[in-house]
Design a protein around this ligand. Structure first.
Ligand SMILES: *[C@@H]1O[C@H](CO)[C@@H](O)[C@H](O)[C@H]1NC(C)=O
Ligand SMILES: *[C@@H]1O[C@H](CO)[C@@H](O)[C@H](O)[C@H]1NC(C)=O
Ligand SMILES: *[C@@H]1O[C@H](CO)[C@@H](O)[C@H](O)[C@H]1NC(C)=O
Ligand SMILES: *[C@@H]1O[C@H](CO)[C@@H](O)[C@H](O)[C@H]1NC(C)=O
Ligand SMILES: *[C@@H]1O[C@H](CO)[C@@H](O)[C@H](O)[C@H]1NC(C)=O
Ligand SMILES: *[C@@H]1O[C@H](CO)[C@@H](O)[C@H](O)[C@H]1NC(C)=O
Ligand SMILES: *[C@@H]1O[C@H](CO)[C@@H](O)[C@H](O)[C@H]1NC(C)=O
Length: 217
């Protein structure tokens, strides 16, 4: 009985230390976010009222953007999505003159108007990113279909968006190499019960070791 109580006491000290360590962590970014552009209003222009469905600048200023986040445009083929890093292009509301690698177009350009579509764009470059619709010869953009965001580093790009170029093609092994012994990757298990694996942070390694001690019968 008394050993159980002692273990429980150790455990509660451990939990307290965890809470202190967690509250001392200063990085607010812990995951990637999908930002639905315009919120429930989506990315729409009403040509009868000549206005955007919502104030996109105002929406953008309510969000925090980091590398690896996505912008989700819920829209239809009446609008386009132009992404640019070029402020001149953004201010002009026209993508046609854009040259080179700094401007990309998504959506629109379909045969049918009003066809629903969702466009998901990852944020891959830190700093100012600009978005607008160049439909109706720039009128949509002039009338509110435009916003800029500032992309912070956050967690950095996840591996899925930061792939190195694929390795060069290698001829598959022929029948004569089939008997070569398998290569063993990786070594022995860590001897600390796994504490070194949960992170490089010294505090966490110590806490993990403390837990291992407190759970010892
Ligand atoms: C965010 O959007 C991307 C692209 O559509 C998708 O692959 C991912 O699963 C979404 N993440 C979340 C948390 O919804
Ligand atoms: C555009 O606005 C008018 C007037 O508010 C409204 O009647 C119409 O349904 C809107 N059109 C679209 C496509 O939302
Ligand atoms: C919409 O606004 C643009 C410029 O802001 C103007 O040139 C155009 O005539 C307007 N269209 C309508 C239908 O009011
Ligand atoms: C949109 O909101 C911004 C503030 O976030 C404001 O400066 C701007 O005038 C608004 N635009 C319109 C068309 O109301
Ligand atoms: C931005 O785009 C304009 C054309 O819209 C082009 O003349 C200019 O060189 C571009 N600027 C940069 C830094 O690429
Ligand atoms: C475009 O290419 C130039 C030169 O190759 C490079 O310096 C620049 O960072 C690129 N811009 C973007 C947005 O990728
Ligand atoms: C899309 O644009 C077409 C042509 O301007 C218009 O007739 C239609 O009402 C628009 N649809 C929506 C859903 O805005």
């Amino acid at each position: 009985m008394s050993t159980v109580t002692a273990t429980a006491a150790n455990l509660s000290v451990f939990v307290l230390l965890i809470a202190v360590a967690v509250s001392a962590q200063s990085t607010p970014t812990t995951s990637y976010t999908n930002h639905t552009v315009g919120g429930p209003a989506g990315w729409f222009f009403n040509s009868s009222t000549n206005s955007s469905a919502t104030n996109y600048s105002s929406w953008a200023s309510s969000q925090i953007f980091n590398l690896g986040d996505f912008l989700i445009f819920n829209t239809n083929t009446n609008q386009t999505v132009i992404q640019t890093y070029n402020e001149t292009t953004y201010q002009s509301c026209i993508a046609d003159d854009a040259a080179g690698n700094d401007t990309f177009q998504y959506g629109g350009g379909r045969e049918n108007f009003g066809e629903l579509l969702t466009i998901a764009l990852p944020l891959t470059i830190e700093g100012t990113n600009y978005y607008f619709s160049d439909a109706d010869d720039g009128v949509q953009c002039q009338r509110g279909m435009a916003f800029e965001i500032d992309v912070a580093h956050g967690l950095g790009l996840p591996p899925s968006l930061n792939q190195p170029p694929p390795p060069p093609y290698i001829e598959p092994p022929g029948p004569d190499t089939a008997e070569s012994p398998p290569i063993t990757v990786g070594g022995s298990q860590p001897s600390d019960g796994g504490c070194l694996r949960i992170g490089a942070n010294l505090v966490w390694v110590l806490l993990c070791a403390l837990l291992a001690l407190s759970l010892r019968p």
